[in-house]
Design a protein around this ligand. Structure first.
Ligand code: ATP
Ligand code: MG
Length: 423
């Protein structure tokens, strides 16, 4: 048994010693059986939430209406949920009635897919009424019961089916797939945030391109509650093969936009519609704006046998100062790993070299402060000073002046003299 499950055994033994049944259920059983690392450990029990809370004084009632109590033991948190059935699904998403029941079988019956509907008892025996193990071995996502009813009850299950298929490299059983295609329009009942979370898991998985292929074939993305920008719903999965080579999920989202030739505006709309956090969407936008600013010119420079390094560097550095170093790294990573451009190690090395020269913290990186500059130039601080410091930053980033107090002040004096001469 995996360590995470071993560590939780005392909790199950405690429930058993008090006359309750208790099992590991859901994703952890599936992942343990497949030899994959476990995300978290979920426990189902015949004990009612109040019983669980009495046995474990350190527990938190995190979802009492669903029967879930979060139990803290051995420094870890576990979700312990009372066996239950669900019924009266309203709006194709949430059950109106949750009924606590005494046996495990009914609890497994409410679960979405056979591979997710297995339980493991404290002795290590698997309870597998729907042949999830067999589906796990042959790599099939199959709805528990009648696929059509299961998707009609809760339309999120359709997008989960695709998520599991793409993340595990599984197929989807014929009947489940057929029902999914028929029920696709029901996705409009599902909150965008939940759709966004599933798409994000697909993007983080080992094969975002297969997720795109599944989504494309299912038609699901044209039925979201809020419409997604057309560039993304019409995704050509073939163009996305390289995404998996990028270690960072947000770099993948950024590369997706570039691969689908979506402009940063519609990508921004995508992130808003999928309810990404503002901070995350902002970081993504910086990447995209950088990509948009440099991509065409960088390609041109890259393929030119007699490249104009000065202009390229100026453009590169200015865009980097505007968008931030993470945006630059994401472009470099994407270009290198996805071999978007012909292999030219010397060009890549040059870009990296230029990038290293760019101070990371904007004008705050300058080894001289604004007041000192104003003092030396015998001028009152004003908007001119900010502009001058940004110019100074560009000169430093271009390696035209050393980032040290004296050279910086000299440069300012020179600049001021030249300006006077102009007048
Ligand atoms: P992971 O945590 O890796 O995303 P998981 O299978 O643990 O996968 P969770 O969303 O954590 O997925 O749900 C835990 C379990 O609850 C699932 O394995 C499944 O048995 C059940 N489940 C979750 N969502 C649904 C749903 N919409 N319909 C039916 N059963 C569900
Ligand atoms: Mg889980």
């Amino acid at each position: 048994l995996p360590a995470l499950i071993q560590e939780a055994l005392p909790l199950l033994h405690r429930l058993a010693a008090n006359g309750y049944q208790a099992f590991f259920v859901g994703g952890c059983v599936r992942d343990a059986a497949a030899g994959r690392p476990l995300a978290d450990v979920d426990i189902a029990t015949s004990a009612l939430p109040a019983d669980v809370m009495e046995l474990f004084p350190d527990s938190i009632p995190t979802g009492l209406q669903h029967g879930t109590v979060t139990v803290k033991t051995g420094g870890k948190l576990y979700e312990v949920t009372t066996f239950r059935t669900e019924s009266g699904y309203a709006d194709h998403r949430r059950p109106q009635e949750v009924e606590f029941i005494a046996d495990l079988h009914g609890d497994l019956l409410r679960r979405d897919f056979t591979v997710n509907a297995m339980a493991l008892d404290p002795k290590g025996t698997i309870i597998d009424p729907f042949h999830g193990l067999e589906d796990l071995r042959s790599g099939v996502i199959r709805a528990v019961g009648t696929p059509r009813s299961r998707f009609t009850e809760d339309a999120l299950r359709m997008i989960r089916a695709i998520r599991f298929a793409s993340v595990f490299g599984f197929s989807i059983s014929h009947r489940t797939w057929k029902a999914l295609r028929e029920c696709a329009p029901l996705l409009r009942y599902i909150a965008m945030e939940r759709v966004g979370a599933e798409l994000d898991k697909m993007m983080k998985g080992p094969s975002p391109a297969s997720a795109a292929a599944w989504l494309h074939a299912s038609g699901l993305l044209s039925h979201t509650k809020e419409p997604l920008p057309p560039a993304f719903t019409a995704a050509r999965p073939a163009a996305l093969g390289g995404l998996a080579l990028l270690p960072d999920a947000d770099d993948r989202w950024a590369a997706l936009s570039l691969a689908l030739e979506a402009d940063s505006k519609s990508a921004g709309q995508l992130f808003r519609r999928l309810k990404f956090s503002k901070a995350r969407a902002d970081a993504l936008m910086s990447k995209l704006i950088f990509h948009e600013a440099v991509d065409a010119e960088a390609k041109e420079w890259w393929s030119n046998p007699e490249p104009d390094d000065f202009s390229m560097r100026k453009m590169w550095v200015s865009a980097a100062l505007a968008c931030g170093i993470t945006a630059v790294r994401s472009w470099l990573d994407m270009t290198e790993r996805m071999t978007r451009l012909p292999e030219r190690p010397e060009r890549l090395a040059r870009l990296r070299q230029w990038t290293m020269q760019i101070p990371e913290n904007g004008v705050a990186s300058l080894n001289v402060d604004g007041r000192e500059i104003a003092g030396k130039l015998q001028e009152r601080p004003g908007p001119w000073l900010g502009a001058l410091m940004r110019r100074l930053l560009l000169e430093v980033a271009m390696d035209h002046v050393a980032n040290e107090r004296e050279p910086l002040l000299d440069w300012c004096r020179q600049w001021s003299r030249e300006k006077e001469n102009e007048h």
